[in-house]
Ligand binder design. Structure first.
Ligand code: C5P
Length: 243
């Protein structure tokens, strides 16, 4: 691994140059961070679980025609992906009020929203990923109006599918964050789902008990973080019970 060229190291992942041009390797670390990296920990096995869960999500979404950067999982911590230019936006979908929406708008956590709401935040750690309007995105050229439309359409399809998928295993998909990239094709580019989908980037509540099965266990010091991620993987059938 040391001979590989590192492209970028983020809070939870490292990106290396892939074996062929136009590919990268995503390495999932055990590091957990919250509140813009003010809070940090190493959670044994988290990277392995997120690699497996994200692989599962990308494959299922690919099957319903969502274009993704995912090619294949290489091993317990790495996956081969297409190289894309990341659109500098965090796209958040909310079905139930929680987190910063509850704080910002005073909507009680747990309140089912009248409809799914898509928000855009600028990917800028130094600014704390501020919420931005479409006006800002097009005016500053972070994405075109057509790209925003494509991203919004894909995001709503992803949300529909994932709500059903999680409902099938007794989990409410409260909200989640996704990222998109521009994949070079025939002189132009295509918008594809990139990054990861895992309990690090979703809020997942048990349908019956509202038990949190996601990164809020870490953010709020609830304990049992990897156990919760393991439970998600087990319910998805990715890993076997007791194994
Ligand atoms: O913190 P907030 O309520 O805005 O988060 C909404 C959703 O987006 C949560 O599922 C959270 O895990 C995810 N998120 C993320 N990365 C960020 C910000 C939010 O995965 N930088």
């Amino acid at each position: 691994m040391s001979r590989r060229t590192k492209i970028y190291e983020g809070k939870a992942k490292i990106l290396y140059e892939g074996p062929e041009p136009g590919t990268i390797i995503q390495y999932f670390k055990d590091d957990a961070t919250a509140f813009n990296a003010e809070k940090k920990a190493i959670l044994d096995g988290k990277g392995v679980l997120n690699n497996r869960i994200s692989e599962y999500m990308m494959l299922r979404l690919g099957e319903i025609g969502i274009p993704t950067h995912f090619i294949r999982r290489l091993n317990m911590r790495e996956q081969l992906c297409k190289r894309v230019e990341i659109v500098p936006l965090e796209v958040i979908v909310r079905n139930i009020a929680a987190g910063t929406m509850s704080k910002r708008l005073g909507v009680e956590e747990g309140e089912v929203l009248p409809r799914s709401i898509v928000e855009f935040c600028l990917k800028r750690d130094d600014l704390g990923d501020p919420l931005v309007a479409e006006e800002h995105i097009t005016a500053f050229g972070w994405a075109s109006a057509d790209e925003i439309e494509e991203i919004t359409n894909l995001t709503l399809r992803i949300n529909d599918y994932l709500c059903g998928l999680f409902a099938g295993i007794g989990i409410k998909l409260v909200d989640f964050k996704i990222e998109f990239g521009r994949l070079a094709v025939d002189g132009g580019h295509q918008i594809v789902l990139a990054d990861e989908i895992s309990p690090d980037s979703c809020r997942l509540w048990d349908r019956e008990t509202n038990k949190k099965l996601d990164k809020d266990r870490f953010r709020r010091d609830l304990g049992g973080v990897t156990e919760a991620y393991t439970e998600v993987a087990t319910r998805l059938g990715i890993i076997k019970e007791n194994g």
